[in-house]
Design a protein around this ligand. Structure first.
Ligand code: ADP
Ligand code: ADP
Length: 227
């Protein structure tokens, strides 16, 4: 579903943010991306969403080469992606519900349909009773769950989350991960960047990056290697 083939990325004249990365993520897989700050995790996620383009190599999503995608193809690509980048960028001048409705309204959904689906999405992340709150009145963990609801309201095939538990206490982080996990169990492919060791413990697949390079790790027990 996602394939990186010898991908390198250089910003301006700086060093390489990613060097010769080859990996593949199968449909329905849950994979974690780990590595210290500056390792290239965000850059890797951004390339899947065509926010950044590879300097060399190719990134394929559903067989489509993202680096070759014309600008007109980007909205179609992103419709298949649920994006959670840092910061969550919730709009503070409208309700939680309105924030979650936004992606649907942008793609032309009728208002009543958008509201119904946004409420269903809030329900799935356990925030039914916060629909009419303002985002800033919510805790950090609740705000992240609003970001999850907004990311999945379009029913994407893939969720990309960058440090979704950053700055959260254990209990809140657990709830955020449970919400993401529920979508994985429902069949959504998930790629989650984190350096939270508590989350990585017990993960089936961890893709480790250091200074832009993949670090080889033995396959975890029971891991199915993508073909
Ligand atoms: P991580 O998400 O693992 O912290 P990033 O992908 O954000 O890593 O960064 C990888 C490297 O690329 C770092 O050295 C960072 O400073 C650099 N970098 C990231 N974004 C930019 C940018 N827009 N312009 C220049 N350098 C960047
Ligand atoms: P419907 O829209 O058919 O009424 P729901 O929105 O209630 O159904 O979701 C049905 C199931 O689909 C839920 O268990 C939900 O978690 C799951 N699901 C699968 N993929 C997604 C996705 N990308 N976004 C949201 N829900 C999803």
């Amino acid at each position: 579903m996602i394939e990186f083939n010898r991908v390198s990325k250089q910003y301006g004249r700086g060093g390489a943010a990613l060097s010769d990365v080859t990996l593949s993520i199968a449909k329905g897989e849950l994979a974690f991306l780990s590595g210290p700050s500056g390792a290239g995790k965000s850059t890797l996620l951004k390339m899947i969403a065509a926010i950044e383009r590879p300097t060399s190599g190719s990134v394929l999503v559903n067989g489509q080469d993202i680096g070759q995608l014309p600008a007109s193809g980007i909205p179609y690509l992103r419709r298949n992606l649920g994006l959670m980048f840092q910061p969550a960028n919730l709009l503070s001048d409208r309700t939680v519900l309105a924030n979650v409705m936004l992606p649907l309204l942008i793609t032309g959904a009728p208002r009543n349909e958008a509201e119904k689906r946004a409420r269903a999405a809030l329900d799935k992340v356990g925030l039914t009773d916060k629909a009419l709150s303002e985002p800033l009145a919510l805790s950090g963990g609740e705000q992240q769950r609003v970001a999850i609801a907004r990311a999945i309201v379009n029913r994407p095939q893939i969720i990309l989350a960058d440090e979704p538990t950053a700055n959260l206490d254990r209990a809140s982080a657990g709830k955020v991960m449970d919400a993401l996990m529920a979508f994985h169990v429902a069949g959504v492919t998930c790629l989650i960047a984190t350096h939270d060791e508590a989350i990585l413990r017990g993960a089936d697949r961890i893709i480790r990056l250091q200074a832009g390079r993949l670090i080889d790790t033995p396959a975890a027990v029971g891991e199915t290697l993508p073909s």
